[in-house]
Design a protein around this ligand. Sequence first.
Ligand code: PMP
Length: 445
Amino acid sequence: MKNSILSQRDLAVLWHPCTQMHDHETFPLIPIKSGQGVWLEDFEGNRYLDAISSWWVNLFGHTNPIINAALKNQLDNLEHVIFAGFTHEAAIELAEKLVAITPAGLSRCFYADNGSAAVEVSLKMSFHFWQNSGETKKTKFVTLENSYHGETLGALAVGDVTLYKKTYAPLLMDVITVKSPDCYFREEGESWAHYSTRQFTHLENVLEQNSNEICAVIVEPLVQCAGGMRMYDAVYLKLLRAACDKYNVHLIADEIAVGFGRTGTIFACEQAGISPDFLCLSKGLTGGYLPLSVVLMTDDIYAAFYDDYSKMTAFLHSHSYTGNALACRAALATLNIFESQNVLENNRILAMKMTELSQRFLNHPNVAEVRQKGMIVAIELIKNKFTREPYPWQERRGLHVYRYALSKGVLLRPLGNVIYFMPPYVITTDELTFMFDIAWQAITT
Ligand code: PMP
């Protein structure tokens, strides 16, 4: 009963993200009372395995004892302080650690408070860098088809998921959108590396012809997450880095979703052996506890803003909660877990188990592809396996899977017709088996 009372109170006053609220006339909200590890529990004792890490933020489980302890301690000392003119230990220590663990050349951190805000910072900073450097014709950004970088107007403009973007098109800046390296579309028998290399020519042509007006290329390294967990080969990033250098254009790596071990390395860029000019991080940064984001950039970029105040070259961008002390402390505790536990090695074992458990989906008549990068597995549902005709979106196949899985105790949240698993790293192999079994039942019943 408690569930439905809370649900009713909620629906009287709240408006939820990414939701057609009308759906809740037939499908109840789930009020959560507590969380522990990979499990969430409602007010009636039902438990749900959080197979998507609560929108990809949670790394080491809900109410993690290490992060909890660090936060309690921070809470008694400093919760927050204005970050202009003032600073604090957690922000400094976190920036030092981030500079140390991110790809070489990234030497400075600018904090913001969510993923979209970090993307806005990187776009503004790249544009402003070129203005400060006298390259005033550089005003455009290049993005890949089907990419996603957030919901604020700048971030939405450099994204390409029609569902989120179309309505707002008249409000958005013009961007140059090029064909994606998304390997779902490779020819039969073609390798990922070959397809991704082939697709790179589209981007190379754009840079060759328009680099004098391009500030930066923005990409989600290796996995286009919100675009349906579409994946590509690391060779694309290598080629992109070389071309950005050749044509004097910045490379912005948006690792908001894939950073912090998701794809098998701490950062996805490592798999290509490259360093971007800007690296955007959020989500897993605080272990899924508190909103925080950060943009890392190179010395060169910082230097272009550093001058006497009267030159008016400063980056006068701010958010009230920049560098929030509690959020920085949660992030430090999260990095501590990476340092003190064998996280990547343990994830490799879990990822192998995920490979094994996903194999049976390959033969399902309505599965077009099973793909994986590290701790992300995606299953592409399809109406016709041979013609690759997708299910019409109106059928809301993903919603059926969502509802079925919830009724069996697993929180899956398919993206359209793509079921994916992106669990916290503290999941056990038995829990993985349970999660995949429920997904299997969801597509076979
Ligand atoms: N970039 C990427 C790659 C993302 O996946 C997301 C969030 N799904 C964002 C940016 C935006 O982050 P936020 O939701 O915190 O604004």
